[in-house]
Write a protein that binds this ligand. Structure first.
Ligand code: DUC
Ligand code: ZN
Ligand code: ZN
Ligand code: ZN
Length: 465
């Protein structure tokens, strides 16, 4: 099968240029001057007219939680529904977190995630490991994970008793990561102090959703981020701060990067577009916005956009972790600490970030860089993913920058009963999506197939100094 995408503007992280893209089977065969392939007599089985459109590398969402057991329930997108929603939004690769429960082995967690995802994904997928039980066996198993194409390990300074690791445990895992060339990903919030604030708030009868944010202050994200960075400095391990939400945490990352440390960070659309005001909505509406770290006062958003421009924030992922309002978020009526933590978002990352381009917060090429190219390089998928170039997988998004849309639970494809962005008007829309050469979405209809997505074994972080 040969496909020609003609007349569009190819946008890579290095910039945009008018070009045609020729796809042979699952890969990109050529990126040519406009009209060249046709002039040379190359025929195609399918021609996609991209006039007036951007032709982008498929998005990579490096942070999702499909069917994850959490807070006494489980996130509601399966790998089938979640990857289909991703495709609708122009994301053609997800990296999901396989969870090691305390008292279980790392490799059994990886097996379990292969079982959940295998044969069900509409687009390509890979895993990071969540390490929640540091012991000699786990540390040894980290080597086997790397051999199996999983070379990034997330740890938690939050959630005591669940995923939490002590500083000593983090230090040991970082030493191992340094030895085997892996990156440690950190959920950086001081969970010990937070648990005290939560208990105090509940004892005083402060039970509304907004207290979820007020008991997880940005100082305790900044402190944990700084501490993780120092542990990384002592051990020499590369560190990637996940879901960075606050000015305080960004400051710690910026300082580390300015001194040349291998420290990287991602933020998420919810921290760029939503705020603590949303958690204070009337009634129990705020529960829809409960995630950790929490939404911050709106002025943090300006710092995060600046961080994206200065590359102190290198990646935007979603932390997609959807729980339905009815029956799941409602578990926390009368006690905010029982609201399952997490928000839906895998479908709208590319579109939301495009608003940053429209508003002049980031450039067109930076949009592609933070949503596709850098995640590919950070997590060892480049140049197979993250770029429109000969030899790369034909994961391609034809994007109409002038179309408009209104986000709504009525029209989204995630398996969740609300939208965190209900009624938001956006400029720009995904038109056609190819995953390894197959059209999976085209002008409002889905052509993807459960099981088309393949597991991606990943290489080393390509940014290490
Ligand atoms: N934060 C969330 O909001 N959900 C899942 C896990 C996490 O760290
Ligand atoms: Zn199955
Ligand atoms: Zn986290
Ligand atoms: Zn997460």
């Amino acid at each position: 099968m040969r496909t020609l995408i003609s007349g569009g503007t190819v946008v890579n992280s290095g910039g945009g240029f008018a070009a045609d893209v020729l796809v042979e089977g699952e890969t990109i065969a050529a990126v040519t001057a406009p009209g060249l392939a046709a002039a040379l007599g190359v025929t195609a089985d399918r021609v996609i007219d991209a006039t007036g459109r951007y032709v982008l590398p498929g998005g990579i969402d490096a942070h999702t939680h499909m069917e994850m057991p959490f807070g006494g329930t489980a996130s509601v997108d399966t790998f089938a529904t979640g990857t289909a929603a991703a495709a609708w939004g122009g994301t053609t690769t997800i990296i999901d977190f396989a969870v090691q429960a305390k008292g279980t082995s790392l490799l059994s967690a990886m097996d379990k995630w292969h079982e959940k995802a295998g044969g069900h994904c509409a687009v390509d997928y890979s895993f990071h490991m969540i390490v929640s039980d540091v012991n000699d066996t786990t540390l040894k198993e980290m080597e086997s994970c790397v051999a199996a194409g999983v070379n990034s390990f997330k740890m938690f300074m939050a959630y005591p008793g669940v995923f939490y690791s002590t500083d000593g445990e983090i230090l040991r895992a970082m030493q191992k990561a340094r030895e085997i060339g892996s990156t440690i990903m950190m959920h950086a919030e001081n969970g010990i102090a937070i648990d005290q604030l939560v208990a105090q708030a509940l004892a005083e009868g402060r039970t509304d959703p907004v207290y979820h944010s007020l008991t997880r202050p940005p100082e305790l994200e900044g402190e944990a981020t700084h501490r993780a960075i120092q542990l990384a400095a002592v051990t020499g391990a590369p560190l990637y701060i996940v879901h960075l939400s606050s000015r305080q945490a960004l400051e710690a990352v910026t300082t580390a990067r300015d001194t040349g440390q291998n420290v990287f960070a991602e933020t998420c659309p919810q921290y760029l577009f939503l705020s603590i005001e949303d958690m204070a909505r009337p009634g129990f509406e705020g529960a829809k916005f409960v995630c950790s770290p929490p939404l911050r006062p709106a002025d943090h958003q300006l710092d995060l956009w600046r961080g994206l421009r200065t590359n102190d924030l290198s990646v935007v992922s979603t932390d997609h972790c959807p729980f339905c309002f009815v029956g799941q978020k409602e578990l926390g009526r009368g006690d905010f600490s029982k609201i399952p933590n997490g928000m839906p978002g895998v479908e709208h990352r590319m579109d939301l970030l495009h608003q940053g381009v429209v508003r002049g917060e980031i450039s067109l090429s930076r949009w592609v860089e933070i949503s596709a190219t850098t995640p590919a390089r950070m997590f060892g998928l480049y140049p197979r993913k993250g770029v429109i170039a000969p030899g790369s997988d034909a994961d391609i998004v034809v994007y109409d920058p002038k179309a408009t849309q209104v986000l709504s639970a009525e029209t989204h494809h995630m398996n969740v009963d609300y939208s965190a962005y209900e009624g938001m008007e956006l400029i720009g829309k995904v038109e056609t999506v190819l995953s390894r050469g197959s059209v999976v979405v085209d002008r409002g209809s889905f052509h993807g197939r459960e099981g088309h997505g393949e597991f991606l074994e990943r290489d080393l972080n390509q940014y290490l100094l």
